[in-house]
Design a protein around this ligand. Sequence first.
Ligand code: NDP
Length: 503
Amino acid sequence: MAPRPIASQPEPSAAVARFFKRQPKLFIGGDWVEPKSNERISVVDPATGREIAQVADANAADVDRAVAAARAAFDKGPWAEMLPVDREALLWKLSDLIEKNLDELAEIESLNNGKTKFIAKIVDITEVRNYFRYMAGWATKIEGTTFQTSIHGPPGAKFHTYTAREPVGVVAQIIPWNFPLAMAAWKLGPALATGCTVVLKPAEQTPMTALRLADLIAEAGFPPGVVNILTGLGETTGAALVAHPGVDKVAFTGSTSVGKLINKSATDTLKRVSLELGGKSPVIVMPDADMSQVIGGAANAIFFNAGQVCCAGTRLFAHRKVFDQVVEGVSTAAQSIKLGPGLDPQTQMGPLVSREQQERVLGYIESGRREGAKVMTGGDAPASPGFYVKPTVLTSVRPDMKVVREEIFGPVLVAQRFEDLDDIAALANDTPFGLGASVWSKDISTVHRLVPKIRAGTVWVNCHNFVDPAMPFGGFKQSGFGREHGRAVIDLYTELKSVCIAV
Ligand code: NDP
């Protein structure tokens, strides 16, 4: 079959074209302010490789200004005195503005990240709206406890003791490029619900929706300095934020290697740190699984968002009895995925985020080939100036191969056969990561015996990659620490204070 040509990217809407031309400054203290440095970062449409915008490159002096604004807003601004119900109302207002601008935000996300506008709209931006709504509710539900103590004070002494949760302070939030606005929402939602203030640094490749969000944060009426947004590079802007003595907590999502650097740097000032890092999540298919669910489910687990998902189902383990059927089914599904630019309504999978990421992923496929893996489908890039990689399935892989051990972060599945049901947990756990896993089986007993053995923060059963604001999300092992979502994330953004009153 002749390879399907990649379509060209349709023109953006007038509103988005205007926004891209704006050359946004830095959002500090509720205003758009000139950066101290003249350096700018070029932002590219991954479907064409062409520049679509330029953004500021914040330097250490800009970081100082942003942290000072966040510090002032936390220590003495109206935010510090604001009633929880008013924080809740602001978060709701922001979510309403996101809903109002959903189509535009989805278009910006698509042009900047490469994902389809359709998915950006129904998954990313819708989730952002829902996330702020969910977190709005937490603003009024932060509570401590009272408890009885047995303190031996002077004769007759009595004590009233309780705990309170208070906002942790100024939070530096550093986010990746795979779900740009959703990652911003996962970070900002709990910080704002709990009364923290924030300096957010989006990824250098995908700053555009975070900048548009700054407009909406101002429009919603958040007091100046509560949210500050700095575009810049990780090694400079990001590193300066992590080291800054005015920052109380760092919340990071990204690669395990940068997570380790951040954790080390934050130790100097003993900042609170939460890390949501990489993964190499197993998809375990038992012989009794419902094949009509498995094939689409396993394909989606790896190919959704072109595989640029921290919990993507990258390692397929299928039982010997069903291995060929699953691999053939997933390979056929891979071949049917239509690659193209995100604004083309026919497109099912967009390009990877950058040339660098495309080269990294192709390099992994090449290393797999060199080490003896068999390419069942895909394995290269289609002819296009965009950063595409064809959905790829590798078999004949061994546990020691680079493609099996390392996070590829692209549409590449490595498939392994297993024989013995008793071995599967050990095979699945044979990785430094522990973010997600899925088990596919109709047997409730098999499922309940296997789930507790899997060392991962989320285990899905007969599904994969589903997240919800109420469901804690984060990693075991080198996939990080701390949990996003639910009550767990409220704990991460608050300090626990004990109060002991002699009455
Ligand atoms: P990084 O981990 O480098 O980037 C994530 C964020 O951290 C970005 O905002 C980045 O800035 C920033 N950053 C980078 N270095 C530092 C530093 N020294 N101090 C503070 N902040 C820093 O991911 P990459 O973009 O380089 O992607 C590389 C690999 O990481 C991918 O192939 C994938 O395997 C993994 N990854 C995992 C993600 C996940 O969700 N778990 C998400 C993205 C990537 P800048 O934008 O300038 O790089």
